[in-house]
Write a protein that binds this ligand. Structure first.
Ligand code: ADP
Ligand code: MG
Length: 443
């Protein structure tokens, strides 16, 4: 009966309206009448407001009697929500409409799954939250916000949640967008005066995933529109997942009311992975890419590249490409050699306290003596070396370095730099010490 009703409506409504609002409905007929199930409450309300009278009239005509129509959110087949109640092949008319309508584009990357995500202390909570949300969209935490530095796996987790939702329910409409794409779509809609369609597109999904919302900062119209979208989705329990490169409260020029909304759900920080997790991620990526890398190489890279996972992966890709090109196995020597420049840029920044500690150890004196005002030669020379190294290896100014060495005058520091330079030129042993210290400090 519902199929025949749709066939009639096809002649009366535009294909787009029909597809957007009526095709997603599932029907169940029993003695009491006809129940129509909408995928979400936004669809339900629209159908009720715009089409219900027309539908009731048509159904009564077709049935030859008054037929009560009920509207509900959910599925006509509760035991298997994935199975559509309307078999598309059953009606030529409907089939042709479906053929014309482009498939819903989720923008999900199928490679980013929970299976390929390596868990560690730094991302455990984020992963657990994303999984719970995916298992129970709209009901576990809404919105779910993942925040943290770049390259730490936020986007990966977001796609993983979307992919799992689709795996659990292939009919689930998940829409992933980078925030720039949301801005772009909105600007385009304003330009072509199609804001209604824009609104509809975002509000008719089951889950909306927006990546890197820090890009909304300062874009007031976008924030306004996003705010309304957010509210509409939130109210009808459609899932919202967001990421941000820092805690949103710290993003300037993000509207306070939007920030406060973000706090309604769950916000989880994704931290940089520790050494073991970095090594595990590297081995897992190598395995996925079919690159033969042993633990020693994984440990070398994990030890030296601490910034983020993306850099780690980049190093692995470089290594794989070079090894392939030269036809060589990836040994630690090969890795050191190939990635020398890259590893150098990842060397930990040298700090003044670090220099003081290393110099004290090197000359076998106590740190407090190095920093004291005692002028005995055995302390004065190492102290000068430490000052000169500070000038050489850090970006601190002479007065700053003077301060760090017990509040000495900047001229003292300058004098130390000149003395050491001269000594290095004339005294091979001095030169050796100097170079050795630089090697120790810069790895
Ligand atoms: P973000 O969105 O936080 O900037 P991404 O999700 O884009 O970071 O992650 C960068 C790269 O690192 C991706 O290729 C991703 O697969 C990978 N990655 C990050 N964390 C993990 C992890 N825990 N396990 C496996 N891969 C990871
Ligand atoms: Mg990202």
């Amino acid at each position: 009966l519902w199929r025949r009703c749709l066939g009639r409506l096809e002649g009366e409504l535009s294909a787009e309206d029909l597809h957007t609002w009526l095709m997603p409905l599932q029907a169940r007929e029993d003695e009491t009448g006809l129940a129509l199930f909408a995928p979400n409450s936004y669809t339900l309300e629209t159908v009720r407001a715009r089409y219900l009278p027309q539908i009731s009239t048509l159904l009564a005509q077709l049935a030859g009697r008054d037929l009560p129509v009920r509207l509900d959110v959910g599925s006509s087949t509760p035991h298997n929500p994935a199975k559509p109640a309307i078999k598309p092949a059953a009606s030529g008319a409907i089939e042709s409409i479906q053929a014309q309508t482009p498939a819903f584009n989720h923008n999900l990357d199928p490679h980013y799954t929970f299976e390929t995500f390596v868990e560690g202390k730094s991302n455990q909570l984020g992963k657990a939250a994303a999984m719970q949300v995916a298992q129970n969209p709209g009901r576990a935490y809404n919105p779910l916000l993942l925040y943290g530095g770049t390259g730490l796996g936020k986007t990966h987790l977001m796609h993983a949640a979307g992919n799992l939702m689709r795996q659990n329910n292939p009919n689930c409409k998940v829409l992933y967008l980078r925030s720039e794409q949301f801005v772009g779509a909105m600007i385009e809609a304003l330009r072509t005066k199609s804001m209604d369609q824009f609104k509809l597109r975002f509000r008719s999904v089951d889950a909306l995933l927006i990546d890197d919302i820090q890009f909304f900062a300062g874009k007031d119209t976008t924030q306004e529109e996003f705010f309304h979208t957010f509210n509409a989705l939130f109210e009808s329990k459609q899932q919202i997942i967001l990421t941000c490169d820092r805690y949103p409260k710290e993003v300037d020029k993000l509207e306070p009311r939007l920030k406060s909304r973000l706090g309604w759900g769950l916000s989880v920080a994704i931290e940089p992975p520790d050494f073991e997790t970095r090594a595990a991620i590297l081995l897992s990526k190598a395995h996925d890419k079919g690159v033969a890398v042993d633990e020693h190489v994984a440990m070398l890279l994990a030890k030296r590249i601490r910034s983020n996972v993306r850099d780690l992966e980049g190093a692995l890709n470089t290594l794989a490409a070079r090894a392939n090109f030269y036809g060589k196995p990836i040994t630690t020597d090969f890795a050191e050699e190939t990635l020398r420049d890259l590893l150098a840029t990842h060397a930990q920044a040298v700090t003044v306290p670090n220099i003081q500690k290393v110099v004290a150890e090197y000359f076998n004196i106590r740190l407090q003596d190095l920093l004291s005002t005692r002028r005995v030669r055995s302390l004065a020379r190492p102290r000068q070396i430490a000052m000169a190294l500070s000038k050489e290896l850090t970006d601190h100014s002479l007065p700053e370095i003077g301060d760090a060495f017990g509040g000495r005058d900047h001229t003292t520091v300058l004098h130390a730099c000149r003395t050491i330079k001269k000594l290095c030129e004339g005294d091979p042993r001095m030169r050796q010490d100097w170079e050795q210290l630089i090697r120790i400090l810069t790895g």
